[in-house]
Design a protein around this ligand. Structure first.
Ligand SMILES: CC(C)(COP(=O)(O)OP(=O)(O)OC[C@H]1O[C@@H](n2cnc3c(N)ncnc32)[C@H](O)[C@@H]1OP(=O)(O)O)[C@@H](O)C(=O)NCCC(=O)NCCS
Length: 187
């Protein structure tokens, strides 16, 4: 998908003990001006969560965990520059929206790049790592949902090879607004 990563940043899975950085990155993402389009959670909801929540969240998506992987971009002298998480979904289960999962697939959530790193190719490096993990776990495809009005994210995903599946879901808590399912099929 992308050229090799520049030497000044490292894209990797989180470690279970990095829960405080996971929390900081999530709270930053939830303060983005487009957070209401990008994420189903609010800043107020997230900031009120106990430490145990962040510890469990980090452990469940850390290197070595089977069901999910959170990928981050480390840059010299600063906080993580961006992140995404891939959830593994198994055929025969029901997803969070109550829809049947028909095949083993990765589901990308929590995509966020700090403003100063946007347009630098960093998001492609995050996807390269997250998608490779899903293929390595036997996923037949990788999917994500994007708000119909999130033009930048939609352009980005199109560039990365995601295409609309035709499935749309009403946006939780926002009557009349929709999220579009985009999929990436293994070549
Ligand atoms: C979505 C996000 C991860 C994409 O990363 P990014 O580094 O900004 O993405 P890129 O710059 O590589 O790609 C975005 C493309 O959209 C274009 N674009 C910018 N603003 C746009 C707009 N309003 N409408 C349509 N396209 C737009 C850019 O020009 C770019 O295309 P180009 O590379 O051909 O010039 C990042 O913008 C982000 O964190 N946004 C806030 C959180 C969010 O929306 N997350 C996604 C939830 S589904």
């Amino acid at each position: 998908m992308s050229a090799s990563a520049p030497r000044d940043r490292v894209v990797r899975a989180i470690r279970a003990d990095e829960w405080a950085a996971v929390k900081e990155m999530r709270l930053t993402a939830l303060r983005d001006p487009l957070a209401h389009l990008a994420f189903l959670e609010t800043y107020e909801g997230a900031v009120a969560r106990p430490e145990s929540y962040w510890r469990e969240r980090a452990a469940g998506a850390a290197e070595g965990a089977a069901g999910a992987r959170q990928v981050v971009a480390e840059v010299p002298g600063g906080p993580w520059a961006g992140t995404l998480t891939v959830l593994m979904e198994e055929a025969g289960t029901t997803d969070w929206a109550g829809c049947p999962v028909e095949r083993r697939q990765g589901h990308v959530v929590g995509v966020y790049v700090r403003p100063e790193w946007r347009g630098t190719g960093l998001v492609e490096e995050l996807f390269d790592a997250g998608v490779a993990w899903a293929w390595g776990r036997g996923a037949e495809r990788v999917r994500l949902f994007v708000h119909e009005d999130n033009g930048r994210a939609r352009s980005c995903y199109r560039k990365l090879g995601f295409v609309p599946s035709g499935v749309t879901l009403p946006m939780q808590g926002a009557p009349g607004e929709n999220e579009l399912e985009l999929v990436l099929v293994r070549e």
